[in-house]
Design a protein around this ligand. Sequence first.
Ligand code: COA
Length: 156
Amino acid sequence: MIGLDACTDADLDDFLTLALDPRVTARIGDGTPWTPETARARFRRGMACCARGEGLWLIARDGTGVVGVVVGELDHLAEIETGIWLAPRHWGRGHGRGLLGVLLPMVRVRFPGVLPTAYADVDHAASAAMLRAAGFVEDGTLTGRHGTEVTRFVAR
Ligand SMILES: CC(C)(COP(=O)(O)OP(=O)(O)OC[C@H]1O[C@@H](n2cnc3c(N)ncnc32)[C@H](O)[C@@H]1OP(=O)(O)O)[C@@H](O)C(=O)NCCC(=O)NCCS
């Protein structure tokens, strides 16, 4: 059975298990593997965002370890950008769609009227399919923060 909790500082090691796996980060940012420093900094930024009341980070675990982390964070556009890291052994089993399906209603309650978004590499078929299945729709393409072409998704 999968359990879901709000992330705390104590979850750093589980986050590192995901973020230091090059298969997980291959389609995030510029695709290069994350260093431990990059991963720790990303986790600290997320926890600080949650502490300010500007983010929601949820961690899913089963009996054997971490399944994934799903996040929503207020961004510079005053939108909630969502993101997801899933352990490869759990890919393709509906957990991505399921975790977003838990996160989105929580985002809508916590941040009423704020638009949830997601950005995925234009050729990341798994992300696009998961986002559509979770209720997101495509809202154009743009050059992302890391210089790659990304599709913007919104959940209206
Ligand atoms: C992207 C990711 C979150 C998808 O999660 P997932 O649990 O594998 O996806 P799901 O099983 O919930 O599948 C949701 C939909 O995507 C489809 N899908 C899953 N893997 C796919 C693949 N490799 N290619 C095409 N479609 C795929 C499923 O068929 C399903 O569509 P359906 O409902 O129409 O049948 C997961 O692969 C992952 O964590 N990857 C590494 C991190 C990452 O890239 N995060 C996203 C950055 S934008």
